[in-house]
Design a protein around this ligand. Structure first.
Ligand SMILES: [Ca+2]
Ligand SMILES: [Ca+2]
Length: 400
């Protein structure tokens, strides 16, 4: 695929300037609070990693009322967050805050959000992806409405890496009034063993709250934007590993939980299940994980996906179940309960299953006639106990 020249140049500009400042990884929040209109600014400067920069005193009075706004930035390794709150009284006010600077929101007042950068060494060769995502919410009570924007910038480049895919746009949202938003995108690279990758991100957001003079009551607005917790490097080739100058572990989202297999007479330990990750509402698996259950039916898997996805699980003779997860970070404690009785594994319990069970009836493990799928409780014998399980779910199907 041939990439438009302008995109990588723009994207690399910040990453290059960030890495040029230091050979070590950096993470900082740079908070400059105020606006071009008020000349009331406060600069908290650079702060250390995983530090919150808080700034206040953004105020603009159009007709004598009171406006209070508070801007907060958090820029830990792999995490960017910008939050802006505004409370306005009934005199008619206009306030604004939290703009991310270079070439963005030009002329709208300059308030800088957090920036993030890191240097990654690639072990092993192959293809990998650098994912970044933006999510957030806008809440508002009282008269008036917030006008808001949120934008995440990400950049990546390196030596020994060949860019295969570069997103053409920033992740950006804007709107009026309460809302929630989410988007993700990724770079894809081909790396030689030992290649070095520089990654960087910056988050900015801006909110104006405008009210008519004389409207009674106090309004309260909150804009909260984050890069969903972390940037992620995902190996797409086997045998690949990463080490970060920051010490940050760039891993996939880990999903873990427990599957209860109905009717099982023995431990679930060692039972194989099939887990699929799908687009919400789709029947096509994006990923298929063959997972062996641990003691008590525990399972875990890692996925390269972020955002809302369907996750399904199915066992031999257990009908498929599904849940929808928002993959914004590690998920623990997921619980599935699976119906039993699907002897032939076609995700339905019906006459076909009964016929197989009847054919194996009376057999035991090790006999030629024994069918493990018909031994629904896995006690080593196909008998009336298995028949009762099948009967209890006769006519039932798993989710598609
Ligand atoms: Ca069946
Ligand atoms: Ca049995």
């Amino acid at each position: 695929m041939r990439l438009p020249v302008a995109v990588p140049l723009v994207v690399f500009a910040l990453a290059a300037s960030v890495s040029a400042q230091s050979t070590r990884s950096t993470s900082r929040a740079y908070a400059l609070v105020g606006s071009l209109f008020t000349q009331n600014s406060q600069d908290s400067g650079y702060v250390a990693a995983s530090t919150t920069a808080t700034a206040e005193a953004l105020e603009f009075r159009s007709s004598g009322g009171q406006a209070f706004a508070r801007a907060e930035f958090m820029s830990g390794f792999g995490t960017l967050r910008a939050r802006h709150t505004a409370d306005l009284d009934n005199q008619g006010n206009h306030t604004r805050g939290l703009a991310y600077g270079p070439d963005d929101f030009a002329g709208e007042g300059h308030i800088f959000g957090g920036e993030f950068s890191d240097v990654i060494t690639i072990g092993g060769g192959g293809t990998f992806r650098f994912y970044y995502s933006l999510s957030g919410s806008v809440a508002h009570t009282g008269p008036g409405a917030p006008l808001w924007r949120a934008k995440l910038y990400a950049g990546a480049f390196g030596t020994g890496v060949t860019l295969l895919r570069a997103p053409g746009f920033f992740l950006r949202f804007e709107g009026t009034g309460p809302s929630s938003f989410f988007a993700e995108d990724y770079y894809e690279f081909l790396a030689t063993p030992g290649a070095e990758l520089n990654i960087a991100g910056a988050l900015g957001a801006l909110m104006d709250v405008i009210r008519e003079a004389g409207e009674p009551g106090v309004s309260h607005s909150v804009l909260d934007a984050t890069n969903t917790g972390k940037f992620r490097l995902v190996p797409m080739s086997p045998g690949m590993s990463f080490s970060a100058a920051s010490g940050t572990a760039y891993t996939s989202v880990r999903v873990s939980g427990n599957a209860t297999l109905e009717g099982l007479a023995t431990s679930a330990f060692g039972m194989p299940v099939t887990i699929q990750v799908r687009e919400v509402g789709s029947l096509t698996p994006l990923e298929t994980h063959h997972v062996v259950l641990g003691e008590g039916g525990t399972f875990s898997f890692e996925t390269a996906r972020t955002g809302s996805h369907d996750v399904t699980i199915q066992g031999p003779s257990w009908l498929r179940a599904k849940t929808t997860l928002n993959l914004l970070g590690d998920i623990e404690g997921l619980a599935f309960s699976l119906f039993n009785g699907d002897v032939n594994g076609d995700n339905s319990v019906n006459l076909a299953d009964f016929l197989v069970l009847r054919g194996a009836f009376g057999s035991t493990l090790g006999n030629p006639g024994y069918v493990s799928g018909a031994d629904l409780n896995r006690d080593g014998t196909v008998n009336v106990l298995d028949f009762l399980i099948l009967r209890s779910n006769f006519g039932r199907s798993g989710v598609a």
